[in-house]
Design a protein around this ligand. Sequence first.
Ligand SMILES: [Zn+2]
Length: 485
Amino acid sequence: MRFPVPALRPAPALLAAAVLSIVGCSDGDPPSAPAAPSVPAADEAPSSPPPRRAEHLLLISIDALRANRLACYGGRAGISPSVDWLAAEGVRFSSCHAPMGMTLPSVTSLFTSRYPDETGVVHNQARLDPREWTLAERLKESGFRTRAYIANGVLRPGASGIDQGFDAYERIYDEYKMTTLAVDAIESGFGAEGRDFLWVHYMDPHQPYDRREPFATEYLGAYDGPYDAEAETLDRIFVEKEALAPRDLEAILAVYDSQVRYIATQIGRVLSALETSGRAAETLVVLTADHGEELYARNAYFYHANSLYASVTHVPLIFKQSGTVPKGVVVDDLVELVDVMPTVLAHLGIEPGAGDAVTRARGLDLHDAFEGAEVRRGDALAQLARSVYALRTPRWLLVDNPDGYVPRSVPEEGEYPIAAVELYDLERDAAERLDVATAHPDVVEKMRRRLEARRRRLVETATEKQEMSAEDLEELEQLGYLGDK
Ligand SMILES: [Zn+2]
């Protein structure tokens, strides 16, 4: 189903109002009506909307971008000037984590503020339940024009359901062309006729690793083999667990980095267009990634789908808008991708919206952190399929694999062993190399209880999902919101 179906719990009158507000802006014209208030949860008292700090939203996400390859996160100098500029102009979260090392589950969490176990999207072949409310739907409901340019085929229109709520949603393989379309969208009246949302999702640091010139030649220097960054080579290294000399590993990373540098150039084009459009002062810019990349950090593995360690879960997160977002602030508290949506909605003056158990946003509004207050959650959750879970606190990382699950992804012959339980002391071992589970059984127990409590809450929420009533379905059908559109 292309168009959103409202949440299940609101009273029928509110449900109809919500549907009608969507109908009212579904004709393709930018709506001029003021933002309609979202439907409050049946069990929550209505509250006034938060103050509106930005009119428009530009969301830039980059696939498989490991945070610490960017210069502003500790990567090589000069690799990411546009992103570094954004960070210097806004708030940079130094410790944001994704819930999975896989595109669709993670992007779904970004767009719903809910964890994979709640949305049921735990692999790339899943389809987003149309009953979930996405960021795009909430913005559309509030009168935004919603457009997206996407490079990753996993997110292609119609397949994943992540396009629900978008007026226009296009997948473009060539990222230079995709950037040109985004630049055109900004230069041809972004924000001129009403509130605007533009999402641009880059693919490039993702496998296969392509040499992006002139950066690859610059980063490779005098290296003349024997290794390259071809998929065949990286598969063989993973399957055979080849030990790489530092110079060979650096050569492979140089190719990955050449892609990061290339994408930073494209992002620079988009940001420049916004700055010269006259809309930058009214626009919140958010930059993040769906997940990182292992890059040989463990098990001789380069990619992401098998892992739930920091190399894969740690993602960049930057907010920028002159005048409403502090400049040059770095927040070190642990935050999660699910926190992006509540923060964005609050910044745009929009209530989180229909908050029944099926669609309630899980994330935190991070605005307090902009001003130096502590983010209250204190931990971050990640998972592999429905089998392995990881809970991270500032001090510890627990990995719980009770069934001995062995992830097998690209190529299937490669083994990525994970122990039944692993514990890392992040204060002494930031690289997560030394499993200290046997030395700290008390910490393992405590972390397990904390993990179980968090998981239990998610499972309870997920199982509360139910089919819409026949009455609600009929109402929606009459309004034309069932069936393919
Ligand atoms: Zn991805």
